[in-house]
Design a protein around this ligand. Structure first.
Ligand code: FE2
Length: 212
């Protein structure tokens, strides 16, 4: 098991929240995702969500709450949209970095069988995941989830996630433009196809599946 798979999401920590270290070097995902993109995405975008969240929860009931709990509790409350957006993005990005690995590989036996049963096999999954990500209008995320006893591919907009509704996620890919624009310009489909083929962390997926 590699280091990325061994690191569980930091959902049991309470604020003030910290930007947890990447589970690999900034250039470890190249050439699929360049060092420059990771530096901007992690060091600027992700960092800013965490810093804004800490500012927003200071002195509130959310200040000493686990991150996933904040997301669930603010998901449907318009007056808490700023906290939800920053908490959601902090959680999503933490999960995203761990959904990737420098040498992604392919699913292990248990998930491969599940993919056969629920999504028509690995190749059909890879195609559907890429197409679903490409069809997501605007900013958002594509997820492999385990919901109701079945693997499914879903998307969410902006800072939303299946976790906000208590659904188990196995993997995600960020489809906000900041995730790929420097390397792929507007070619989201090409980016996601490369990520699926080379970077998905199936050990992390198996870990989440086991916990779901
Ligand atoms: Fe992002």
């Amino acid at each position: 098991m590699n280091e990325a798979a061994a690191a569980p999401p930091a959902t049991d920590t309470v604020g003030p929240f910290t930007l947890t270290p990447l589970p690999y070097a900034e250039d470890a995902l190249a050439p699929v995702i360049s060092r420059k993109t990771v530096a901007l995405h992690y060091g600027e975008h992700h960092r800013t969500y965490v810093e804004k969240l800490n500012d927003l929860v200071k002195g509130t009931e959310f200040a000493r709450m686990p991150l996933d709990e904040i997301v669930k509790r603010t998901a449907a409350i318009a007056a808490r949209a700023a906290i939800f957006n920053n908490a959601g993005q902090a959680w999503n990005h933490h999960f995203y970095w761990r959904s990737l690995a420098p040498k992604g590989g392919r699913p292990g036996e248990e998930l491969r069988k599940r993919l056969d049963r629920d999504l028509g096999g690995y190749d059909a999954f890879a195609e559907a995941f890429t197409k679903t990500a490409t069809a997501q209008f605007g900013s958002g995320w594509v997820w492999l989830v385990f919901d109701g006893g079945t693997l499914k591919i879903v998307t969410t907009s902006n800072a939303d996630s299946p976790m906000a509704r208590g659904i188990t996620s196995l993997l995600t890919v960020d489809v906000w433009e900041h995730a790929y624009y420097l390397d792929y310009r507007n070619r989201r489909e090409e980016h996601v196809r490369e990520v699926v083929d080379q970077l998905l962390n199936w050990e992390f997926a198996a870990q989440n599946f086991g916990a779901g």
